[in-house]
Ligand binder design. Structure first.
Ligand code: GLV
Length: 328
């Protein structure tokens, strides 16, 4: 019997690819070429399944051109690159990679907060450029982290991981805002107090963004929200590009309206707003919050396991939509 054909749209760990090849006829993009939407759709021809990353968009146009497609496994917890209603309507199952990256991503959120508040990259650039000629009393004086107030916008699994680190590791006062309030038990475990978005922005010393991207969360932080923040406050975005209005943020940073920002995600990435590149009080990283060898392997494996489970057992491990009809 012919194996089902799947597309692995980006380079992944070779052994994960090999494990997929035992079950599927695999076309892979190990050269890691950047495909246009039309090229992705062309490579998808004849494939019943695909493994994608957050960079590949699965939308109505691609689905129309590929009526044979049955399932797409995203190697990411976020799946705003999927038009989920269109996939459900086309009978295409979608899956993501939750849980395996939670703690690693929370670690990175904290690393970015520390680097931002304590001006680590800015001071390193200064040193490398040969400007360090003497010690001075206020050199790169930053913002305190321990004991300060952290405001977490978006209190899902990763937000809770950050809250635990902040409360238990750094004695921080944790406030949060989320679409829904956590249970009393979880609030107690995270030592987190629920506040309105406005109170969070006005009172936090450090604002951490961990909300999923959707039309509703587009520009959650723009000029009006930045204006509410303390001039000494920092902002960290490990959520998604588009949650922050990057142009407004660059202006606020240049004007000293807030102290500093740490960004792992950008509007229109991998492009970065040119004004952000000009300001020194921002730490910029290329969407690497989940990037440890162990976690990226676990994500690739879970995406592959989702494909195998769906096509061999009719049920994915971590689906994000529900189909009415038969599975595979
Ligand atoms: C990364 O951004 C992810 O959603 O896993």
């Amino acid at each position: 019997m012919n194996k089902p054909a799947v597309l692995v749209a980006r380079a992944i760990f070779p052994d994960v690819l090999q494990s997929l090849a035992q079950v599927f006829e695999v076309e892979s993009n190990q050269a890691d070429e950047v495909w246009s939407a039309a090229e992705l759709s062309r490579h998808m021809q004849g494939k019943v399944g695909a493994l994608t990353t957050g960079s590949e968009r699965i939308d109505a146009l691609l689905l129309q051109a590929n009526p044979q497609l049955k399932m797409v496994a995203n190697m990411a917890v976020g799946y705003n690159n999927f038009d989920v209603p269109a996939m459900t309507a086309a009978g295409v199952l979608a899956s993501n990679t939750p849980d395996v990256l939670t703690e690693t991503t929370a670690d990175f959120g904290f690393a970015l907060l520390m680097a931002t508040a304590r001006r680590i990259t800015e001071s390193e650039h200064f040193l490398r450029a040969g400007h360090w000629t003497k010690w001075s009393y206020d050199m790169f004086a930053g913002a305190e982290v321990h004991g300060a107030t952290i405001g977490i916008l978006g209190m899902g699994r990763i937000g809770q991981g950050i809250a635990r680190r902040a409360a238990h590791g750094f004695g921080m006062n944790v406030i949060y805002h989320n679409r829904s309030r956590l249970s009393a038990d979880l609030e107690a475990e995270c030592k987190a107090r629920y506040v309105t978005k406005e109170e969070l922005l006005k009172t936090a010393d450090h604002v951490m963004l961990v909300v999923p991207y959707s039309a509703e969360s587009h520009h959650t932080i723009g000029a009006p929200e930045l204006a509410l923040m303390k001039p000494t406050a920092t902002l960290v975005n490990i959520a998604r590009g588009g949650i922050v209005d990057d142009a407004a943020l660059a202006k606020a940073l240049a004007a000293g309206q807030i102290a500093a920002a740490g960004l792992d995600v950008f509007e229109g990435e991998p492009k970065v707003h040119p004004e952000l590149l000009k300001v020194s009080n921002v730490v910029l990283t290329p969407h690497i919050a989940s990037s440890t060898v162990k976690t990226r392997r676990a994500m690739a494996q879970l995406a592959a396991d989702n494909l195998v489970a769906y096509f061999t057992k009719g049920q994915a491990l971590t689906p994000v939509n529900t189909l009415n009809g038969a599975a595979a």
